[in-house]
Design a binder for this molecule. Sequence first.
Ligand code: ASP
Length: 333
Amino acid sequence: MQRRKFLKKSSLTTAGLLSAPILASCKTDPETGAAPVTETIKPVVICTWNFSNASAKAWEVLDQGGNALDAVEEGVKVEEADVNNRTVGVGGRPDREGRVTLDACIMDKDSNCGAVLCMENIAHPVSVARKVMEETPHVMLAGLGAELFAYQQGFEKTNLLTEQSLKKWEEWKKTSKYETIINIENHDTIGMLAIDKNGDIAGACTTSGMGYKMAGRVGDSPIIGAGLFVDNEVGGATATGVGEEVVRTVGSFLIVELMRQGKSPQEACEEGVKRIMKKNEGRKDFQIGFIAVNKQGETGGYCVHPGFTYREYSPNGHENKVVNSFYEKKQGD
Ligand code: ASP
């Protein structure tokens, strides 16, 4: 599309909305094979599920000219602080011993990354993950090591087990049945991807993990490549759902690599889910949802079971996107 025509179209479609899309162009990268970028919608933020407050916060950062890294950190912190969200941060469901252990990771435009695993007593694991990235020679800190590092960095000790979570755990103990719940309360882990006004991409992912998991269990969410992956030349992807299955296919890395090979974010997410289902033929007892964004600002998502959505903010406005699912498609075939 010619630049003038595109700008005209943009100004029509964005009339009265937040800010105008920015056009960028470059050639295919001869070394990485990354797709040519002709039109870039930016800034953009997407997150798993309909986390409207978190995505609005991230958008605010981006719209004011903030960078993608700050946007995803500030965005997911909204959910980490929400005591009514029982799948992330304070108020998250405990493990079967009654301990709330949190997992989070963050990745920036230069492929720097940081993660904390199975960390107790700290309300904002994503911010500790960022400190791991910025202040240590390491990528991951786990358990007590992560917690002690957080105190050194000035984070306060916080009781993560709310009255409500404690009560539910006590009820759960009566049966002690561990089962994965599909579309828990219509949300669970928050994975967020953002492109800032410079066109740079960052992502973050944070969770309390599977409710009533074994003590010490870690899923996909803090694992770079599994729960989250960003390549600033190509795009980013993040996941929610049963982490064990995402880890087995290194899901988010796979999706970014598929985009590098020319697939759209939508096609790449579909292929990611199909790979998982190929290894789990006939299994219907778990949910996984992937979302992705490419360098051009196009987004996509796909999941195993109907019900997964993602939230998108862009210069075109904001909406909750209902995602097609593997089993839905199968039934319609
Ligand atoms: N992916 C998370 C985990 O496996 C849980 C979830 O998203 O529901 O820990």
